[in-house]
Structure formats: structure tokens, C-alpha cells
Write a protein that binds this ligand. Structure first.
Ligand code: GLY
Ligand code: MN
Ligand code: MN
Length: 464
């Protein structure tokens, strides 16, 4: 008896050790199940919704990009593997007289020889046990699976990847899943709706659940650490890609799997290019550097921008423009209140930029603010950096960015002393029932605070 207890505890401890060797803070299967229930509630009677996984993407030759699941598919399933299909039914359906279920998932099979090259697959059993699906089939069973799509009032789907690579030896790859879905629905395409599901998904995804908030906070905290370390480390002579490397080192070190989007690090003239991504310039002491970089953590994106003087001190002209952008951003954040129109942040930011650019004489006509501030102020943030959302009224649980900017490229129709000043300040804001919660608020953005942090030592400057 004692011996079996000891063995039991040994197994338990080993299992815990194993569990702790890998991520143990992924979204739970209960979360995904709850999201499937939520979409089911939003479907009309006698309908179903069909979701395809993302394709794998070739980078060059036989090298692929790291696989990234379709965010809607991930949100509903937790499965991070390609060549899969999920069907959610409004009401339970019976198949083969034996299976009654309101959802089906088709997944790729385990494959020991492939797994010894590219890692473990979940397979049917893994999807049952880890993701909590009751009825799991292999993807190559879908072609012959008896499912009568014609009988539904609506069969919803999102955009599919028609260009997915078709392996002619694989009846279950994404291209085959799409082809067989089309064959199974072709007779009555009038009940097939490829438009309205995205709006329903957006209305769910724009309100973050508590489990998602934990991961969003983590992605944002990691990104704040990275930006702060870069403030300490930035010195004249550094290349844009070196600044990028410091930020992305911290992302990885803190557990982020990937960047949420290619890091934008633009100094001098490049500060005026909104989505500059090549990051190859060697920076000058007199340059301003825009860094727009965010970590992705377990699928969730951060999106943060700061603008820094490479030599650690803002010039008077840079200060003048920076203060406008900061005032505009603070006005935008103030507008982040439940019940406000989504555009309220932009309206508030534009009002400040217009007024202040007129005062400085950089513009003469109020409408000319668009010459220097030519993007929106906010977008939803979540599983995508530009996340799904309906852009109606703000509601508690939304996370949006507030990111005004002013960009004055050389040759602009204003005093040349303003040229090559590009400034953007971007924070990530949770809408609550009360005041906005600036999730990236711990990262300095006032001029004095940035200049003070830039005076601190960084371990990165000791690496020769
Ligand atoms: N980083 C892209 C954006 O701010 O929208
Ligand atoms: Mn953004
Ligand atoms: Mn950004």
C-alpha cells in the first residue's frame, strides 16, 4: 500500500514536472468551449458555421514560416495545427444514426516520421483529451462524411484560402477540405453565406474574456519591458536593426513566441514612414527614432509605439511636435469610455493636432492637418494586431490602441526646421465601466521621463 502510494506520488510529481516544462498558461479548453457556445447562440435556427484552419506558408524553397493559426479557428478550438476543419451547428445533428453532436472537428493524423522532423501533432486523441472535443475525425474522412448541408437554412463560412497548396496524395489537406466543402454545398449555394459570419465573430472577439485579458496583459507587459530596455540602451551610432534586436531579445526572453507584426524602427527620415520595416539605417545623434513594436504571447498581440531622441535629449523643435502628439494622445485616451463612438478617439486627437499645428504655423488651413497626420487613431487589438471588431460603440472589455502621430518629411511645405520629424505615441487601452485602463501605461512617455530613463545604463551596451 505504502509502496503504491510512493509510486503514485512519483508519477504525479513527474507529471507536474513535465507540465511545468512547457507553457501551462494557454487558454483553457473550457474557454474555447464557451466561445463555441457563444457563437452557437448567435447563429439563427437551423444553421451551421464552417471554419477552416490557416494554410502553411512557404517562405523560400522548402522553408516555411512558423505556422500561425487562423485567429477565429484558434479562438473557437485552441488547435494550432493546419489542415483542419471545424463545424458548429446551431442544434444537435445525428450522423450515421449513432453520433449526435452540435460540433464536429476534422484534424490531421499523427505521423511519426513527420513528427521526428517537425514535432508532435495532437491527432484525434490529443484533440479529444487536450481540447475537449467529443467527436473528432481525421481530415481525410471529410470527403466521404455524410453531411447534408442543403437542409440548413444557412451554412456560414469565412473567406477561404482558395490558393492553398493541394497535395494530390492527401485527401485531407486544406485544399481538399475546401474543395469537398464546395462540392457538398454546390447545389444550393443560395443557403451558403460567406459574408455575415465575420461580423458575428467580430462581435465576440471585440469583447475580451477574463482569460484573454491575462494573456493580453502579459503580451503588453513584455513589450513595455522591451521598450524600456531600449530606452536605456539607445546610443548614437547604433543601427535601427540593433535597436530592433534589443526589443525582440526581450520579447523572446520573456516567452513571447513571435513579434505581433514586423517591428518598425525608423530614425531620421525613416521616422516619417508609417510602416517602415527594413530597419537598416545607422542612426545619427540628431535623429529621432520611432519604434513601433509589440510582442505576441500565446497568440495575443501588443502594439506599442514610442519616439526617442537617439542622443537622449529632444531638440526644441522635436519637443514642440512631441508635446502636440502627447496632448492628442491623452485627449484620445480620455475619449476611451464605454458608450462612446469608436471614432471618438480620432476626433479628440485630430482636434488637438489641428489647433496646435495652426498655432505653430506649420499649417494655414485646418484641413491641412491631414498632410501630417494621415492615419486613424485607434484599432482593436487581440489575436490580430488589427483585431476583429465592429467599430460601433466602445464597450467594456474592448482593447483598442490610441496612436496619433505627426510626420513631417523633408520637402514639406513648412519651415525646414520641422523636416524629418516623425512622432507617434501608441498605447493599448482597456475600455471599462469607468475610467480607461491604459495597459501599457507603465512605459514612460513624458519627455522628462524618457530623457531620465535614457540616462540609465543598459547591459546591452556592455556587449562587445
Ligand atoms: N503597428 C501597427 C499599428 O500600429 O497599427
Ligand atoms: Mn496600432
Ligand atoms: Mn503600432
Amino acid at each position: 500500500m505504502i509502496r503504491s502510494k510512493i509510486i503514485f506520488f512519483f508519477i504525479l510529481i513527474s507529471a507536474c514536472g513535465f507540465a511545468q516544462s512547457y507553457d501551462n498558461d494557454l487558454l483553457s479548453s473550457q474557454f474555447h468551449k464557451g466561445r463555441r457556445e457563444a457563437i452557437r447562440n448567435g447563429l439563427p435556427d437551423s444553421s451551421c458555421a464552417v471554419f477552416f484552419s490557416n494554410p502553411e506558408q512557404q517562405r523560400a524553397g522548402d522553408t516555411k514560416f512558423l505556422y500561425h493559426q487562423d485567429p477565429d479557428f484558434y479562438y473557437l478550438s485552441g488547435l494550432n495545427e493546419p489542415n483542419s476543419l471545424l463545424i458548429i451547428f446551431k442544434e444537435p445533428q445525428t450522423f450515421y444514426d449513432t453520433i449526435t453532436t452540435n460540433e464536429l472537428i476534422f484534424v490531421q493524423d499523427r505521423n511519426p516520421s513527420q513528427e521526428s522532423w517537425t514535432g508532435k501533432l495532437l491527432g484525434k486523441e490529443g484533440v479529444k483529451q487536450q481540447l475537449g472535443f467529443k467527436y473528432v475525425f481525421l481530415n481525410n474522412q471529410f470527403a466521404d462524411f455524410k453531411i447534408d448541408f442543403e437542409k440548413f437554412y444557412k451554412v456560414y463560412h469565412l473567406d477561404y484560402f482558395d490558393a492553398a497548396h493541394d497535395d494530390l496524395n492527401d485527401r485531407g489537406d486544406l485544399a481538399s477540405l475546401i474543395r469537398h466543402f464546395k462540392l457538398k454545398t454546390d447545389y444550393k449555394r443560395k443557403n451558403v453565406d460567406g459574408f455575415n459570419l465575420s461580423g458575428l465573430m467580430a462581435s465576440l472577439r471585440e469583447v475580451k474574456q477574463p482569460e484573454e485579458l491575462v494573456l493580453m496583459r502579459k503580451a503588453i507587459d513584455i513589450s513595455c519591458l522591451a521598450h524600456a530596455e531600449l530606452m536605456r540602451a539607445l546610443i548614437p551610432g547604433m543601427a535601427e536593426y540593433q535597436a530592433q534586436a534589443i526589443a525582440e531579445y526581450i520579447f523572446k526572453k520573456e516567452g513571447s513566441e513571435y513579434v505581433a507584426y514586423p517591428s518598425i524602427v525608423g530614425a531620421g527620415e525613416n521616422s516619417c514612414i508609417l510602416h517602415y520595416e527594413t530597419n537598416r539605417k545607422k542612426m545619427d545623434g540628431g535623429d529621432l527614432m520611432v519604434i513601433d513594436a509589440g510582442a505576441e504571447y500565446h497568440g495575443y498581440a501588443a502594439d506599442i509605439t514610442r519616439t526617442l531622441p537617439v542622443n537622449g535629449v529632444f531638440s526644441p523643435e522635436e519637443k514642440a511636435i512631441y508635446e502636440i502628439v502627447l496632448e492628442a494622445q491623452e485627449a484620445g485616451i480620455k475619449a476611451c469610455r464605454a458608450g462612446a463612438e469608436f471614432r471618438a478617439t480620432h476626433k479628440a486627437a485630430v482636434a488637438v493636432v489641428q489647433k496646435r499645428l495652426l498655432e505653430l504655423g506649420i499649417i494655414k488651413d485646418p484641413n491641412d492637418f491631414m498632410l501630417y497626420f494621415f492615419h486613424g487613431t485607434s484599432h482593436y487589438l487581440g489575436l490580430n494586431v488589427h483585431d476583429a471588431g465592429n467599430y460601433g460603440k466602445l464597450s467594456p472589455g474592448n482593447i483598442i490602441t490610441v496612436e496619433p502621430g505627426i510626420y513631417i518629411p523633408a520637402g514639406s511645405n513648412c519651415d525646414p526646421k520641422w523636416w524629418n520629424i516623425g512622432i507617434r505615441i501608441e498605447d493599448d487601452v482597456l475600455i471599462t465601466t469607468g475610467d480607461p485602463d491604459v495597459l501599457s501605461g507603465k512605459l514612460p512617455k513624458k519627455i522628462a521621463d524618457i530623457e531620465a530613463l535614457m540616462k540609465e545604463e543598459s547591459v546591452f551596451n556592455k556587449i562587445k
